[in-house]
Design a binder for this molecule. Structure first.
Ligand code: SF4
Length: 702
């Protein structure tokens, strides 16, 4: 015996969802509205979990959960449940829901709804519950003239016979004088099971139709098979199968209703195999070719297909004239697959690509989307848009990479300006590219350059810098006060960013009292105010000063010191003509050699040392010229004068010359600059004390 097994066995997607739900939900407070499916064994299995079946809402206590089976229910049912505090676990099949939506919209539009089906079937009862206007259930052979003056919307019970539906539709179009909108809402599973039933029945001596005796779709399969085969047997349970009955048949076909679990079919097959029957499953293509000679798919072909159902594995789609194909959830162009969300899309058309044809057809929405995105990107790239890729390798001519399915080549001279010796180091690195050309001979290859982008950016940066500089030099003037950030320091000053332009604050312009290091005054990264000292537009240099905005110690000194004051200070410098004593930072005065002591001094260092602290009297103070003349000896008691021997005129003359001048002249002869320094210091302006005053009168020098 050869056994021909239908491809479509086991639960359809709608029944599978309902059964899975009923076997998964916690049974506490859960009830089932109506028999879950027309299969006793499954119903008993669900009831064994402690989920009772009810037929009226009056049997459902408030707070319960109620499973609605795949047949669906009317609109009022949901409202009733909400009013009674019953939570609905809705397992209505997506195909049924779609029909419900069609009839509800028709009612709202004032159209008459005709449903091809069995009036007492729960699905049809549910559909009627969504019709808000005139509605009727019709079947083949019925007089339809009573609807001749109506606008008709014609739908079908999802498990109705396709043949009969088409006949009714034809008749309606003949008799109706107004519009007839036809929606073939028979589900695809039903259609293909019916087509397979016909093919198998035509080619077998006997046919087993497996399914519940009260199952509508199983009944249709029986009807169809009986039309093409004399020996058709209905089987509700695997236990009912008796091999002996089929001993005289060479080819036995097995078909099953949508509510028949495949384990029951497998059990029958097992019994057949035990008796050495050879089992052979029909293939999709057998059926397709046998029924309507549909075209075969080609790899890479783009097709439009309709979503016919959603399962946990993905969605079933069907293109015109072809069988349902599972579009795996991984191949859908969605981040996260949701069966419920796709069940809502049943009836929607989507574009897909055929990615494999053997051993079976494989479709992908994701790959098609990727190709479309690549094509859009390529269009942008061809128009000159920058793109980036990761370098995957190199050859002696340049770098290689891939942009989606397109190979990319970057010639070595296009990587950057100048010669690139080591190409290997680019492997794995990101490249920013612009297309130079696209070679279309074989595979489209993109020839691209990174160098052009680098050079463009450099030119843009330089132009922006020049523009910024021009604006800076236009706005800045000598004497301006500007704010700047100290960027870096050197031994000779600090570079300060003023409006993004580097200006130099020389170390001598940081403090009135002089500093050893720039960082004694300025801190890197901090902002300060500076005075613009010099703007050299030609050489693009700006000098700024910090001390120029700080108070001058001499200005303050004018308020603090006066002639005749006794002051305390430190010897900071000794020169042949005297010593400079610092009174405070930035303010010092000169003690002339003649004002150090009443004694004759050949050199100030014989009494004073650097760092020595001394008291002195201010003899003259000229803040405008920043000069203070000090005297130490003025604070010392004058020694007793000794009688001097009579001298000749020429001896007196020599002796009376100011000694300091001798010293200064000596200095001038030996050291040069120091005499000048003193002269400069003393003669540069009106000076409070004259040289003779400093040196002392003849009387004092005696
Ligand atoms: S409509 Fe079709 S797929 Fe849905 S439950 Fe019914 S037979 Fe199954």
């Amino acid at each position: 015996m050869k056994v021909i097994l239908s491809r479509h066995i086991g639960f359809c997607s709608g029944v599978k969802h309902a059964v899975d739900t009923a076997l998964r939900v916690p049974p506490e407070n859960t009830l089932l509205f109506g028999e879950l499916i027309h299969n006793r064994e499954v119903v008993e299995k669900v009831e064994a979990r402690g989920i009772p079946t009810v037929s009226s809402l009056d049997e459902v206590p408030a707070g319960s959960k109620l499973i609605v089976r795949s047949h669906g229910v009317g609109k009022r049912f949901y409202e009733e449940c909400a009013a009674r505090g019953i939570e609905v676990i809705d397992c209505t099949c997506g195909f049924v829901k779609r029909t419900q939506r069609i009839v509800a919209a028709a009612g709202k539009a004032g159209k008459t709804v005709l449903i091809a089906g069995h009036a007492e079937h729960p699905e049809v009862q549910g559909l009627l519950g969504w019709c808000s206007g005139e509605a009727a259930v019709v079947d083949e052979g019925e007089d339809l003239t009573r609807f001749c003056d109506k606008n008709i919307v014609f739908v079908s019970q999802t498990t109705f016979s396709e043949q009969r539906f088409l006949k009714i539709a034809e008749n309606l179009q003949k008799v109706c004088q107004k519009t007839v909108e036809i929606f073939k809402t028979i589900c695809y599973t039903t259609i293909w099971r019916q087509k397979e039933a016909e093919q198998i029945a035509r080619n077998c001596d006997a046919v087993i139709v497996f399914g519940g005796l009260n199952s509508s779709n199983t009944g249709k399969l029986y009807e169809i098979a009986s039309a093409h085969c004399k020996n058709v047997f209905r089987l509700e349970r695997a236990d009912d199968f008796k091999y002996e009955k089929f001993l005289f048949y060479e080819r036995v076909g097995i078909i099953a209703g949508a509510s028949t679990p495949d384990w029951q079919t497998q059990e029958v097959l097992f019994k057949m195999e035990e008796n050495n029957a050879e089992v052979q499953a029909t293939t999709m293509m057998d059926v397709v070719e046998g029924i309507d000679k549909a075209e075969r798919y080609k790899k890479g072909q783009i097709i439009t297909a309709k979503i016919v159902s959603a399962t946990d594995e993905g969605v079933y789609v069907s293109a015109a004239g072809k069988l349902e194909i599972l579009l795996a959830k991984e191949e859908l162009a969605t981040e996260e697959y949701s069966r419920e969300a796709y069940a809502e899309k049943v009836g929607t058309e989507i574009e897909l690509m055929v990615v494999e044809v053997t051993p079976k057809v494989k479709l992908s929405q994701k790959q098609l989307q990727k190709i479309k995105e690549e094509e859009a990107q390529l269009k942008d790239i061809e128009e000159g848009k920058e793109f980036s890729v990761v370098c995957t390798g190199f050859n002696k001519g340049g770098l290689t990479a891939e942009l989606g399915t397109y190979p990319v080549f970057v010639p070595a001279k296009e990587i950057r300006s100048g010669y690139v010796k080591d190409l290997e180091k680019y492997t794995g690195k990101k490249l920013r590219l612009r297309m130079l050309e696209i070679r279309k001979e074989r595979r489209k290859e993109i020839i691209a350059s990174q160098r052009v982008i680098i050079e463009e950016e450099r030119a843009a940066r330089e132009a922006a810098k020049a523009e910024k500089e021009a604006a800076f030099f236009e706005s800045i003037q000598e004497g301006d006060v500007v704010e700047g950030r100290v960027e870096r320091v050197t031994s000779f000053g600090a570079f300060v960013s003023v409006n993004g332009f580097d200006c130099l604050a020389h170390i001598s312009d940081l403090s009135w009292s002089g500093v050893k290091s720039v960082t004694d005054v300025l801190e890197i990264g901090k902002h300060y105010e500076f005075k613009v000292l010099k703007v050299d537009r030609e050489n693009k240099k700006v000098s700024i000063g910090y001390k120029q905005l700080q108070p001058q110690p001499w200005d303050l000194a004018a308020e603090k010191y006066a002639e005749g004051d006794i002051v305390h200070g430190k010897v900071v410098r000794i020169v042949p003509f005297g010593a400079f004593v610092e009174l405070e930072k930035g303010v010092d005065g000169l003690v002339h050699v003649s004002q150090i002591t009443h004694e004759w001094l050949d050199n100030p260092t014989s009494i004073l040392t650097i760092g020595q602290e001394v008291d002195a009297k201010i003899m003259a103070f000229n803040p405008a010229e920043r000069k203070i003349t000090l005297s130490i000896k003025a604070l010392q008691p004058r020694p007793e004068a000794e009688p001097r021997p009579e001298r000749k005129e020429h001896e007196r003359h020599d002796e009376d010359r100011p000694r300091v001048r001798k010293s200064v002249r000596r200095g001038a002869a030996s050291e040069g600059g120091e005499e000048d320094e003193y002269r400069e210091w003393s003669e540069s302006a009106s000076f409070g004390a004259s040289i003779s005053e400093l040196i002392g009168s003849d009387e004092e020098n005696k």
